[in-house]
Design a protein around this ligand. Structure first.
Ligand code: GLN
Length: 209
């Protein structure tokens, strides 16, 4: 299974490394592919939008014309995991914000609301379906409102991990501690379904891209 990682800025190599570890140690057949060009979207079943700086990642997604194609591909069955800055990008659009959301996950977030870089912290929290996990928060977005999603974890009463059918969003960074379980959860979420299995789409991927 090919999993793409948006590769302009942020924790790109960390996600690649975790997927290599998952393949190596747990015998999962996963090829991580760094994506900077929309043509590569057609070869993946899952996509990671990493943590980093959401304004920068947003700018490049628009400049290289990946923003709308990703949205369309999710409607065709592509699975997405957004972590921290990636969560900002997949959440509900706020027209007043410098970073526009893709409306892929029914949550309203507030950027940088966990405080400044100096306020970064890590803490063990319980993730539903995964267990106790060392969660690293770095100038993270706060999930302020949740709509039609399942909350998988909370920290001090605030949701920090939520999912819909195909989209997983986390305020923290699961790629920083060497623990592969959240990435494995995402792979399980994808299961056998790639977006090629969606019959009702209007175009072929080649026509679209
Ligand atoms: N503060 C960042 C943003 O809103 C996110 C921080 C992170 O990904 N660690 O872009």
């Amino acid at each position: 299974m090919n999993i793409g990682i948006i590769g302009y800025q942020g924790d790109v190599s960390e996600h690649v490394e975790i997927f290599h570890k998952l393949s190596r140690e747990y015998k999962r057949d996963i090829d991580p592919i760094i994506i900077k060009d929309k043509r590569y979207l057609k070869s993946i079943s899952g996509l990671i939008i990493p943590g980093g700086e959401s304004t920068t990642i947003y700018k490049f997604l628009k400049e290289y014309d990946l923003f709308e194609p990703i949205r369309t591909m999710v409607s065709w069955g592509l699975h997405v995991m957004g972590t921290c800055a990636g969560l900002v990008l997949i959440s509900k659009d706020d027209p007043g914000s410098r970073v526009r959301g893709m409306n892929l996950l029914d949550v309203k977030i507030r950027r940088n609301a966990y405080g400044r870089q100096m306020d970064s912290f890590s803490e063990f929290i319980d993730l539903e379906g995964i267990g106790r996990f060392n969660a690293v928060f770095i100038r993270a977005p706060v999930i302020e409102e949740v709509g039609d999603v399942v909350v998988l974890a909370k920290h001090k009463g605030i949701p920090v991990m939520v999912r819909s059918e195909r989209v997983l969003g986390l305020s923290f960074h699961p790629e920083l501690t060497g623990d592969t379980r959240v990435h494995e959860y995402f792979v399980e979420m994808i299961g056998g379904e790639g977006y090629t299995s969606i019959p009702e789409r209007k175009y072929t991927i080649e026509e679209f891209i």
